[in-house]
Design a protein around this ligand. Structure first.
Ligand code: NAD
Ligand code: TDX
Length: 335
């Protein structure tokens, strides 16, 4: 099977490539990645000689067309993925997430290639802390940020291409991922690497916001279940019942790293900050028989901390610039 992986030099995409080569030796993998600030071939270390790597933009039709024509399936991860960046400058989000998806869809339609679209639970907006319901495939779309609005728009494009043109596509909307090779701008790696460089952990607002954490390998196993057995035209929500509030995550990171669990700063809150995400992954579990393999979040977090400790060369070069960018917009409110 020839698999075209867009965004394969980023967090989830690179873990998908590593996992695919381990579990599917017959797969021929091509990665298309623009190597933005968020992508690095160092995330593909150890497998670069077993894949075809193409540096290119998903919104560039001339680059995309021959790669899609040559694939059996397109797995589309490439995106601008960070909410805070989308608040500072939405324009690359519109181009990559909307025009990029449109460009891939048109190529997949032209060449009748199976397509899987990776999306996020953020398209459903947020839930109150005491709301007993969780997101399902039937929850109405209500994105809050420029990032989630462009992901929502890209999902709608895929659905329209299925209905109007008969594209053989599936979609998945996953909750917050954690694990190795996640950019240090994101919540968990930011706190781990802050501790490693001697800075304090940073919590937005009151820290009561809840995210539904899933290990990246569990996400990628779910993607293979959908690629193997998913129903064309269907959407699958991916989540592992991992709701934890941010304050608890920061305290866990500090404690696992041998620090005082109260040793963090409250900083300026994110504009429009979604309160809570929670996924009901019943369809995925019942229809496709998927179950997460990672048990306790705390154990996965401890393993992730070990990864950042032993891969300083991977994150160190971008740490300073990432914090400098945050320092321009975030003030410490209380310690
Ligand atoms: P990431 O930012 O770590 O990686 C994105 C990758 O896409 C990078 O390698 C980057 O170079 C590449 N890219 C960006 N613009 C491109 C372009 N125009 N052309 C080609 N490549 C380009 O993101 P991630 O966290 O790995 O997220 C991957 C996908 O999963 C995204 O679609 C995101 O919306 C979705 N998602 C992420 C999470 C999460 O918790 N991280 C949860 C649910 C869904
Ligand atoms: O320093 C921080 N302190 C903090 O309290 C950072 C960077 C974040 N936060 C909070 C904001 C969120 O409530 O932590 C939570 C997680 O933040 P992010 O890692 O930025 O993730 P989030 O905004 O929830 O979005 C993530 O999950 C859904 C991914 O980045 C998206 O790509 C995905 O779609």
């Amino acid at each position: 099977m020839k698999v075209l992986v867009t965004g394969g030099a980023g967090f989830i995409g690179s873990n998908f490539v590593h996992r695919t080569l381990r579990t599917r030796p017959e797969a021929e993998v091509t990665v298309l990645d623009a190597l933005t600030y968020a992508g690095s071939t160092s995330s593909l270390e150890g497998v670069l000689d077993r894949i075809r790597f193409v540096e290119g933009d998903v919104a560039d039709a001339a680059a995309v067309d021959p790669l899609v024509a040559d694939a059996d399936v397109v797995v589309h991860f490439a995106a601008e993925s960070h909410n805070d960046n989308s608040l500072a400058d939405p324009s690359p989000f519109v181009r990559t997430n909307l025009v990029g998806t449109f460009t891939l869809l048109e190529a997949a339609r032209r060449h009748d290639v199976r397509y899987h679209h990776i999306s996020t639970d953020e398209v459903y907006g947020d839930l109150d802390l005491d709301d007993p319901t969780r997101f399902t495939e039937d929850t109405p779309y209500a994105p809050s940020s420029p990032y989630s609005a462009t992901k929502a728009g890209s999902d709608h494009l895929v659905r329209a291409w299925v209905r109007s043109f008969g594209l053989r596509a599936t979609l998945s909307n996953c909750s917050n991922n954690y694990g190795p090779r996640q950019h240090v701008e994101k919540f968990i790696p930011r706190q781990i690497t802050n501790v490693l460089v001697g800075q304090r952990a940073k919590l937005y607002g009151d820290g009561r916001n809840v995210r539904d954490w899933i290990h990246v390998d569990d996400h990628n196993d779910a993607l293979w279940a959908i690629l193997d057995r998913g129903r064309i035209g269907h959407t699958y929500l991916i989540g592992a019942d991992g709701e934890v509030d941010n304050r608890e995550v920061v305290r866990m990171v500090l404690e696992l790293m041998g620090r005082d669990p109260d040793d963090y700063d409250h900083v300026t809150d994110r504009a429009g900050h979604d309160r809570r995400y929670a996924i009901d992954a019943g369809r995925l579990r019942q229809e496709l028989g998927w179950t997460p393999r990672y048990g306790a979040f705390r154990d996965g977090l401890a393993a992730t901390i070990d990864w950042y400790r032993s891969h300083e060369a991977w994150w160190r070069p971008v740490k300073e610039a990432t914090e400098a960018k945050y320092a321009r917009t975030q003030q410490v409110l209380t310690r």
